[in-house]
Design a protein around this ligand. Structure first.
Ligand SMILES: Nc1ncnc2c1ncn2[C@@H]1O[C@H](COP(=O)(O)OP(=O)(O)OP(=O)(O)O)[C@@H](O)[C@H]1O
Ligand SMILES: [Mg+2]
Length: 140
């Protein structure tokens, strides 16, 4: 299995195949890790499922994988899905904007506290979502 996993406390990352199976793995790994951090998983599970599905369909470059990154830092849970298709970015349609498709990002918008797209170094882009986590900030 071409899966590379990094787990350092409250950071977690995995490089996965850009396939439906890789997308399912992203979802399962995210749920396992976020549950281990003692946080609710329902919203993040939905968001990872949608963003990973997008990465392996719209964001896929043949022969390249995609990455999922999770981080729980001072008061914020952040999920990142990084794909290698830097020339195409998510197009958000609001709920009544289109008859077909576009359901995934509408769900992300509804479920996450914030989300967005970062154009990093080419090739690639990061689609991220965040939740505020009350009481998780124990840093001075
Ligand atoms: N990772 C991505 N890379 C490139 N384009 C993307 C990516 N994610 C989304 N998009 C673009 O944004 C559009 C809207 O995404 P969204 O997830 O809302 O809908 P969808 O994937 O087309 O359909 P659904 O999620 O309902 O199956 C997509 O149709 C696609 O054109
Ligand atoms: Mg989608």
């Amino acid at each position: 299995m071409n899966t590379h996993i990094r787990d350092t406390g409250r950071r977690f990352g995995a490089l996965l195949a850009a396939t439906p199976r890789g997308a399912r793995q992203a979802r399962r790994l995210a749920v396992e890790r976020i549950a281990a951090w003692g946080l609710p998983t329902d919203g993040p599970e939905l968001v990872v499922a949608e963003l990973a599905a997008n990465a392996v369909t719209h964001g896929r470059v043949p022969g390249r994988g995609f990455r999922i990154e999770l981080a729980l830092s001072c008061g914020v849970l952040r999920i990142e899905v990084v794909d290698t298709r830097g020339d195409r970015v998510p197009r958000f349609r609001d709920a009544d904007g289109g008859a077909e498709g576009g359901r995934g990002l509408v769900l992300v918008e509804a479920v996450a506290d914030r989300w967005g797209v970062d154009r990093g170094l080419p090739p690639g882009k990061t689609v991220w979502a965040e939740w505020d986590v009350p009481g998780e900030c124990r840093e001075p």
